[in-house]
Design a binder for this molecule. Structure first.
Ligand code: NAI
Length: 469
């Protein structure tokens, strides 16, 4: 008997892989998705986006009860955190999401294969089955969607107890007294926020002289100020160079990035959040002729085809914005192209969100990029402090910033820090996808009283005619 044959085999069941598999099945293809984890959903659902949001929500409630309920006239007694219960709830959230994908696979008739896949070349994939034994599968199209893992820091071995990656920081069984976060990127600030809100003294050490490297400068500055006001300590412009274990935890040594004297920091726990690396090992890539680029990511062309015939790659393993929703878009576009349709990813309008309080959300170009490119632009800003709903809600931190082409009014970027920034950004994303202008936003009727009015007012402010400032 020959190898079971499919139209497409997807390796990896994260947001890129599972969404791509579902889309392929919708388009009438016979699809197998090989995943080595016990549950589908990849990093995002199991140890990333979803569990971090569950803990951010729990710790946000605690912070609200501790610091803000009294403003609303609500009295509470002594507050206590039951970490075990908080983690159990987070695990239930994960389980309900991952089981949801099992359901979707069954509904769409995607064959889920539990095991570790390796390319054999010639359209064949070898799978070491998790239950024991092996299988060989065959398809004219194979999609690598193997994702990424936490970048290690030399000399600081992650044990997920004292030295944590994001995975361990989502599973602590008690609130540490102190935590050093290495890296002021998205993971460092989100998970640093979780533990800081629950009472941990959090010190962030960052190589650059600002937090959240890719974001607009004004958003970065405002974010650092807000988080510092909440108690997170920032040590910027410092690079962690070495570390040692102590009886109580870890001591890390950092030097000023510009050179200078070493400084020691001590804590019970350390979270290493210095970026992520593509999962490319033990996949048979070399033998199959799949080349990596200079940064170690799988090399693809504009159709997401690798250097091996019939092998494609999507998501974190090819780099770019390492975001679940970017991977999903690539999965859908690729399958549509394989089905003969015109699949397309609009990389210029992919939003990104940081789920701290306040949230930060961004789409398109930053003001720094527009300046560097010599674009003649308009900028419109509107603070939540002047938004009626934000005042009623009791959360007025932050602002909306809209950037547009001065001549045409076309929206070139939008950057928001404030309440529900991640939801509000979608108005700017939609405007940009349709080639919309600040006038389109300004002349769209917004419901009152809503936070979204701040987006409209920012668009008006770009032409110096905001109504409420
Ligand atoms: P990141 O790339 O966002 O930030 C890492 C930070 O570590 C950088 O600011 C870098 O300058 C700093 N750094 C590197 N080496 C250092 C050293 N030796 N000492 C001090 N600082 C050092 O990476 P992060 O936060 O680990 O996130 C990884 C990926 O996961 C990102 O691509 C991010 O987009 C994605 N992610 C997205 C989320 C979201 O969309 N809400 C949530 C969590 C992760």
């Amino acid at each position: 008997m020959g190898a079971p044959s499919y139209d497409v085999i997807v390796i990896g069941g994260g947001p890129g892989g599972y969404v791509g598999a579902i889309r392929a099945a919708q388009l009438g293809m016979r699809v197998a998705c090989v995943e080595k984890r016990d549950t589908l959903g990849g990093t995002c659902l199991n140890v990333g986006c979803i569990p971090s949001k569950a803990l951010l929500q729990s710790s946000h409630h605690f912070d609200d009860a501790k610091n803000h309920f009294a403003d609303h006239g609500i009295q509470t007694g002594t507050l206590k955190v039951d970490v075990a219960k908080m983690m159990a709830r987070k695990n239930e959230v994960i389980a309900s999401n991952t089981k949801g994908i099992d359901f979707l696979f069954k509904k769409n008739k995607v064959d889920r294969i539990h095991g570790h896949a390796r390319l054999l070349g010639g359209g064949k994939v070898h799978v070491d089955l998790a239950a024991g034994g092996e299988r060989t599968l065959e398809a004219p199209a194979i999609v690598l969607a193997t994702g990424s893992f936490s970048a290690p820091l030399a000399g600081l071995e992650v044990d997920e107890k004292t030295v944590l990656s994001s995975t361990g920081a989502l599973e602590l069984d008690r609130i540490p007294e102190t935590m050093i976060v290495i890296g002021a990127g998205v993971i460092g600030l989100e998970l640093g926020s979780v533990w800081s809100r629950l009472g941990t003294r959090v010190q962030v050490i960052e190589y650059l002289d600002h937090v959240l490297p890719p974001l607009d400068g004004e958003i970065r500055t405002a974010m650092q100020k807000s988080l510092a006001a909440q108690g997170i300590e920032f040590h910027l412009g410092r690079s962690v160079v070495r570390s040692e274990r102590t009886a109580k935890g870890v001591r890390v040594f950092a030097t000023p990035s510009a050179g200078g004297e070493e400084q020691a920091f001590e804590a019970q726990t350390v979270l290493v959040a210095i970026g992520r690396r593509p999962v490319t090992a033990d996949l048979g890539l070399e033998a199959a002729g799949v080349a990596l680029n200079a940064r170690g990511f799988v090399q693809v062309d504009e159709t997401l085809a690798t250097t091996a015939k019939g092998v494609y790659a999507i998501g974190d393993v090819i780099g770019g914005m390492m975001l679940a929703h970017k991977a999903e878009e690539e999965g859908v576009a690729l399958m549509e192209r394989l089905a003969g349709q015109a699949g397309h990813v609009d990389y210029a309008t992919i939003p990104s969100v940081v789920y701290t309080t306040p949230e930060a959300a961004s789409v398109g170009q930053t003001e720094e990029q527009l300046k560097a490119d010599g674009v003649d632009y308009l900028v419109g800003k509107f603070p939540f402090a002047a938004n009626g709903r934000a005042k009623a809600n009791g959360f007025t931190d932050g602002f909306v910033k809209v950037l547009a082409n001065r001549r045409t009014g076309r929206v070139l970027g939008c950057h928001i820090i404030g309440p529900q920034a991640g939801d509000l950004i979608m108005e700017a994303v939609t405007a940009m996808v349709y080639g919309g202008s600040i006038q389109d936003i300004a002349y769209t009727c917004h419901p009152h009283p809503q936070l979204a009015e701040a987006v409209k007012e920012a668009a008006l402010a770009a032409e110096k005619r905001a109504l409420h400032i």
